[in-house]
Design a protein around this ligand. Structure first.
Ligand code: DAH
Length: 336
């Protein structure tokens, strides 16, 4: 039942709670708990009707005073808390407009094609003009296509000419784009006659230095037709070189050994007052045609393996192959 003590206790409990409030939501709940329709103070007010007139006056006065104090305390605490919250927010969202602009991670300059890719596209255009199709093959290759089908069986010493990176699954990173030759022959859509070029990345287990990379680029070319001879090979290579260099470079063919061509050649060009080895090539070995399911009595062909990285290096006078894989913007920007 209502008494001076109960009003007093309610008031002091309420003021203590208000004082301890840490956030505005808690305060809102507290207001309902004290002053709401079913709030504790409201309940006591209701009990006033049950006491006699004398006490009603006394308790009524006490209750009104308590209610006023509680209300006042609630609103001043509310103001404190909302000020605090606003200050915290300002603190968090504060920005220093005088700071210099954040530097972008790389550069504002637009990107550009890698010099290898630029030359590759140029070559692709030249070959399309000569009736060749540009094809692609996997970089992780089967031993079969990289060696076996190119007339390089497991015991063949020619395997030692190419240091190979094997995967744990027994495949390898292709050591040359020649791995595409038999893939292209097998492809039923490529029944002869056939002219393809296959540009791409190749890999060797190399000790890296200025002229040896573990990753470099080649472009394989192959033409299959009736009665293809070394004459055709020379004609196409000359046409190609004229377009690449813009003039007819002096060339020579030296015998070169590659198990997948017979005869095989090294094509050198006269460049900067000396012979430069540029283009290994030859007539496709009958065995390779057979591996591709093509009758060597009816069809012949030539193949060549253009060293794309080397061509790019000689064109732009790049003295270290490692620049090409370096992603160094100071190097790359020179070709944009
Ligand atoms: N695949 C050879 C290499 O990387 C290059 C090559 C030689 C390709 C003669 C050919 C070719 O197509 O006929 O060393």
């Amino acid at each position: 039942m209502i008494s001076a003590e109960s009003v007093d206790k309610l008031k002091s409990d309420a003021l203590r709670l208000i004082e301890s409030a840490g956030d505005e939501n808690f305060l809102v709940d507290l207001r309902v708990k004290l002053l709401g329709k079913k709030g504790e103070l409201t309940q006591l007010m209701k009990q006033l009707g049950q006491v006699d007139a004398e006490q009603r006056k006394e308790f009524g006065g006490l209750l009104n005073k308590a209610k006023q104090e509680v209300e006042q305390s609630l609103s001043s605490k509310q103001k404190i808390l909302s000020d605090q919250a606003r200050r915290a927010k300002l603190e968090k969202e504060w920005i220093d407009v005088t700071l210099p602009k954040k530097q972008p991670l790389v550069s504002d300059a637009p990107g550009s094609l890698h010099p290898i890719f630029q030359v590759q596209q140029e070559l692709e255009d030249i070959f399309r003009g000569l009736g060749f199709t540009v094809v692609d093959g996997p970089e992780v290759e089967k031993e079969y296509y990289n060696f076996e089908a190119l007339n390089i069986p497991a015991t063949h010493p020619a395997r030692d000419m190419q240091d190979t990176i094997w995967t744990t699954a027994g495949d390898l990173l292709r050591t040359h784009t020649s791995s595409i030759q038999v893939r292209a022959l097998e492809n039923v859509k490529n029944t002869p006659p056939l002219r393809i070029v296959a540009p791409g990345k190749v890999f060797r287990y190399e000790r890296v230095d200025a002229s040896h990379g573990h990753t470099f680029y080649q472009m394989e070319g192959m033409m299959i037709d009736r009665e293809v001879t070394v004459g055709h090979l020379i004609y196409f290579m000359r046409t190609l070189l004229r377009q690449i260099f813009g003039f007819d470079p002096k060339i020579r063919l030296r015998p070169g050994y590659f198990p997948f061509v017979e005869p095989g050649f090294e094509l050198d060009i006269w460049f900067n007052e000396k012979w430069m080895e540029l283009l290994p090539c030859g007539l496709i070995h009958p065995k390779v045609l057979e591996y591709g399911g093509i009758d060597p009595d009816k069809w012949q062909g030539f193949a060549f393996g253009l060293g794309l990285s080397r061509l790019v290096m000689s064109r732009y006078k790049i003295n270290d192959i490692r620049h090409l894989q370096s992603s160094d913007l100071r190097f790359l920007r020179q070709f944009s």
